[in-house]
Design a protein around this ligand. Structure first.
Ligand SMILES: [Zn+2]
Length: 430
């Protein structure tokens, strides 16, 4: 048994640096040193600050006035993605290409779970939260990352109906941006040595900017045999095996800084500039127990399970609401730059209704754009227990207020059934 353990340790040790290491700061150094890029960066950040202020004020207004603005719940955000494997030859086997396409989808699935807070390990927060009294809860955003399938750039050879996954395209000789792929949320997967990946802090799709991931930090599972011999994606790194490097790097693309970006007295201006993430100045690695590390900034505990720290994939599982407000503000700043014609209609047209406010206290409104049929509403808690159901006729008002009796706080799912369609939306009850 001892021999087996030793062999395992030796085998694990063959791989590169076992700690998370992100290249965002080096990337920003490059951008700041280029006068043109620096100026553009500053202009975007200025627009972002205005938008952040606007939606933060709206949130305060809504929470105090219970105003039922449709803006309270944005329609599901859809983000068209493209994945690029520059080191995989276009003549690689169909088996390998299909495996990498599946791995890209696997990566997208975990992104969607993490950003919507539907990841299976989010429940760990229930017991961890007592160590973090200033963190109001788990943050989420109603977003759907989708691998684009339509109207791909000319010359790329990808036909309509085929996912935007490229092989052997030399992404501008190894650069991080390529105007050919402007309008997509690009991810380039390539060998990056010891770092797991990087992104600019606040990226823009109109410039064809990308998030870069190291091969072994991409996706989860057993990877794809034959990709990079010995270090297949998703299987090459102890602790980096659940696809969360992309969750972290996309956080940077959507203007989230590291949670360990420093102390300071004004949370709006210092540290990560998110007021509900406890300040920290030292990155954390591995898998610390919740509440086990006191911040160098004061008496608070380090939020080691936040995606924007450096802990192992299995031990990071949440954003905060303040982080998601910043992500929303960055999305609003750049949303017009995404090329939505790259998604099929089926992907774009999903709902005909909004639910607001969300989060709420158990009372919320469903507003339909139109009613062409009778409909029913069911609300389930996370364990699948039904907590509300009712039936409404087509002649009902376009707005229906739903009240759940004595709800516990947490994640709930609202099923709206009409005709043969069922749409499920997530709500959070505080
Ligand atoms: Zn980072």
């Amino acid at each position: 048994m001892k021999k087996i353990t030793l062999l395992f340790i030796l085998f694990s040790g063959c791989f590169v640096n076992a700690q998370r290491n992100c290249g965002m700061e080096q990337k920003m150094q490059q951008i700041i040193s280029d006068p043109v890029k620096r100026q553009l960066h500053l202009e975007y950040q200025q627009k972002f600050e205005q938008e952040l202020l606007r939606i933060s004020n709206n949130t305060q207004y809504r929470s105090t006035q219970e105003a039922q603005s449709p803006e309270n719940v944005n329609a599901t955000i859809r983000i068209p993605m493209a994945f690029h494997f520059p080191s995989v030859s276009p003549s690689a086997s169909t088996t390998l290409k299909n495996c990498l396409r599946a791995l890209a989808q696997n990566q997208v699935n975990s992104l969607n779970a993490d950003y919507n807070a539907t990841n299976s390990d989010i429940s760990n927060w229930v017991s961890a939260s007592s160590f973090y009294p200033t963190v109001p809860g788990v943050g989420s955003i109603d977003v759907e990352f989708v691998i684009a399938t339509q109207n791909h750039p000319a010359g790329t050879g990808i036909t309509n109906g085929t996912v935007a996954v490229t092989f052997g395209t030399d992404f501008l000789n190894g650069a991080d941006e390529d105007l050919t792929w402007a309008g997509y949320m690009n991810v380039v997967v390539r060998n990056e040595g010891g770092i797991l990946g990087y992104s600019p802090l606040g990226g823009y799709p109109s410039a064809g900017w990308t998030v870069v991931l190291n091969t072994w930090a991409f996706g989860s599972g057993s990877g794809c045999t034959g990709y990079v011999p010995g270090v297949p994606p998703g299987s090459g790194q102890t602790g980096i095996n659940k696809g969360r490097t992309l969750t972290h790097e996309l956080g940077h693309f959507f203007n989230l800084n590291h949670t360990f970006n420093g102390c300071g007295t004004n949370c709006n201006l210092s540290g990560d500039r998110v007021c509900d993430t406890p300040p920290s100045s030292v990155e954390q690695y591995g898998c610390p127990s919740p509440g086990s590390i006191t911040s160098a900034c004061g008496t608070n505990k380090v939020l080691t399970m936040n995606y924007m720290d450096y802990t192992d994939d299995a031990c990071m599982y949440m954003f905060t609401p303040g982080q998601m407000t910043r992500v929303q503000a960055w999305y609003n700043t750049i949303s017009s730059e995404f090329n939505m014609t790259t998604l099929s209609n089926n992907e774009v047209v999903k709902n005909n209704f909004n639910i607001f406010p969300n989060p709420n206290n158990g009372t919320f409104t469903i507003r339909f754009n139109d009613l062409s049929d009778d409909y029913s509403v069911e609300v389930f808690d996370i364990s699948g227990r039904i907590v509300f159901e009712d039936y409404y006729t087509q002649s009902s008002n376009l707005e229906q207020t739903i009240s759940i009796d004595k709800p516990s706080s947490g994640v709930y799912f609202v099923n709206v059934k009409s005709g043969s369609s069922i749409i499920t939306e997530k709500i959070i009850i505080k």
